[in-house]
Design a protein. Sequence first.
Length: 169
Amino acid sequence: MFAIGDNVVYGSNGVCKIMNVGPLSFGGAKDRLYYTMKPRYIKRSEIFSPTENNTMVMRKVMTKAEVDDFIRSIPDIKPLEIIEEKKRDQEYKQAVMTCDPATIISLMKTIRQRMEERIAEGKKVTASDSKYYHIAEDSLYGEFAISLDIEKDAVKDYIVSMLGDGVMF
């Protein structure tokens, strides 16, 4: 169980801060415990989730040491293998919904590789590729920013400072 003040990754909402744990003061579910969460990057929003919710991914944000270790592992993470082109969007969406940093990096590498191939062939980057790359980047950088206590816009530079310019993701 998470505690008040914990930062958690909560599904597609990204990093949320737990503001309260207890029954809701409204509605008919006074016998259930809920997390009241405030998304860190979505203004004027509050999320209520049952503490025993098993349908949505919810995990603690990585520590600074875990983020640094993870960043060092990025060069070893392989792109996703998209077997059926028709299911590309579905596989992108599933990868994002895992909230797993390694899967997110795999997705980013897959999309980056595809973007470069399309540009080399004189084709445009697809709207789907752009959309999911942005979602993945936003998710990953949002968590890292909280863990590293830096602005989200500074995360990419932090990663590059650790790995150098040659690592693409």
